[in-house]
Design a protein around this ligand. Structure first.
Ligand SMILES: *Cc1c(COP(=O)(O)O)cnc(C)c1O
Length: 442
């Protein structure tokens, strides 16, 4: 009955529904730590941390308790004109937790809106600074910042975005720092990328509102790990040309890269930082855009000056989500998770190197506890598998039968388990993936 009703009533995201209705959907009923359990009692390791959100595992007693405690007080109260307790505590905590200089928190509900907020803040900021001609954003090829119109406008994944091309605002798209297919050394890729940005900054001098990027790793674009130092160098360029740096930490935030924020790896404080996915531990939709005082102060003035940031979402600062987010952070601190995580990450990296023994594994890209295993028809010359072969999808289907839930980005299989996954669970997950790749590409 559930299967029939799913097919009858649901329209799934990023899904060709004609294919969907031909297949038997997995319907999840429960979660336990790193495992998802479906209505038939099958257990699957959550290899994508439930769409890159889960941090401490499913059904965590402490997170459940935080949610229950808060729901007995109030489920929602607005920040539009009023305030609420968890939203205040969390804002303070986020300011303490993020790179020094980010001092104000603006809430929304998801990664896309956190990005929209950052773009609109940057855009309006320049009007207040008497430079309204700064309207353009520099963004990256293969970037993913979400699916709302503004976020798509600074995105660079043609298969997602081309359909909506005429709807999107124009910016300046620069080449992705992609190493594998460029056949160049990381230093060369980095230099080329910086050259592109410099050229854009010179050609459009005084017109650039900001540079937006995913730090260290471009996620949905294929788990593309950037050359070391690129983030730092871009931050320097942004500063030198007096434009703004917007860092989208929606995927990388909350420990995913091995530090709380990807920015910390290169000692960068952006002007605006977006966070969402892991913010409430993977429990509830919550997002935040953090800004520096420089930006915040530019919006201060008499009401009639129209310097107000005219933006807000109905569920902004939702108390339930904020209460869970506070407990999410508290667990990091109590369990010293970031230290413990280093062992998991180094095991993950070592084990993933073994995948090169498989003849059709072309590239294994790892950043913290996030990886992409790219499958290619011919690794000698990086020939991709034709889309029609659906090799990524087939590998994930095989993995599902073997007890792991994974999702591909075309021919790249993403591995991104909850941060709290144990070494033995991680081994099981990687064994399943290895066996599935061997079977499908063998
Ligand atoms: C997932 C993601 C988004 C969009 O987040 P949603 O919550 O799906 O809107 C934006 N940026 C990055 C880097 C992401 O990974």
């Amino acid at each position: 009955m559930l299967t029939a009703w799913d097919k009858r009533y649901l329209w799934h995201p990023f899904t060709q529904m004609r294919d969907w209705i031909e297949e038997e959907p997995v319907i999840i009923e429960r979660g336990e730590g790193s495992y998802l359990i479906d209505i038939e009692g099958h257990r699957y390791i959550d290899g994508t941390a439930s769409m890159w959100t889960n941090v401490h595992g499913h059904n965590r007693a402490e997170l459940n308790a935080a949610l229950k405690t808060q729901v007995d007080k109030i489920a929602h109260a607005t920040l539009l004109g009023y305030s609420n307790i968890p939203a205040i505590y969390l804002a303070k905590k986020l300011v303490e937790l993020t790179p020094a200089g980010l001092n104000k928190v603006f809430y929304s509900d998801n990664g896309s809106t956190a990005v929209e907020v950052a773009l609109k803040m940057a855009y309006q900021y320049w009007q207040h600074k008497g430079q309204p001609q700064r309207k353009l954003f520099i963004h990256f090829d293969k970037a993913y910042h979400g699916d709302t119109v503004g976020a798509m406008s600074v995105g660079g994944i043609d298969s997602f975005h081309t359909t909506f091309d005429s709807l999107l605002f124009k910016g300046i798209r620069v080449s992705a720092p992609e190493i594998y297919r460029s056949l160049d050394a990381p230093e060369t890729v980095k230099a080329r990328c910086l050259k592109d940005i410099k050229r854009a900054l010179v050609q459009h001098t005084q017109q650039i509102a900001g540079i937006i990027l995913e730090p260290l790793i471009q996620g949905a674009g294929g788990m593309l790990v950037a050359p070391k130092g690129l983030l730092k160098d871009i931050a320097t360029l942004a500063k030198r040309s007096e434009t703004l740096l917007i860092v989208d930490e929606v995927m990388t935030g909350f420990g995913r890269t091995g530090k709380m924020w990807a920015c910390e790896h290169e000692n960068v404080t952006p002007d605006l930082l977006c966070t969402a996915k892991g913010l409430a531990g993977g429990y509830l939709p919550l997002a935040a855009t953090l800004s520096t005082d420089k930006i915040y102060n530019a919006f201060l003035g008499e009401y009639r000056d129209r310097k107000t940031f005219f933006h807000g979402h109905t569920f902004t600062g939702n108390p339930l989500a904020c209460a869970v987010a506070l407990e999410n952070i508290a667990i990091f601190e109590r369990e010293n998770l970031l230290t413990q995580l280093q062992t998991t990450i180094s095991h993950f990296k070592t084990r993933l190197q073994e995948f090169y023994a498989l003849p059709h594994v072309g590239d294994v890209r790892v950043c913290g506890l996030a990886a992409g295993v790219e499958l290619v028809k011919n690794p000698e010359n990086q020939t991709p598998y034709p889309l029609a072969e659906k090799v990524g999808t087939r590998v994930c289907k095989e993995a599902l039968i073997r007890g792991a839930m994974l999702r591909p980005l075309v021919n790249t299989v993403v591995v991104m388990p909850p941060l709290q996954i144990s070494i033995s669970e991680l081994d099981t997950l990687l064994d399943i993936l290895y066996g599935s790749i061997a079977m499908v590409t063998g």
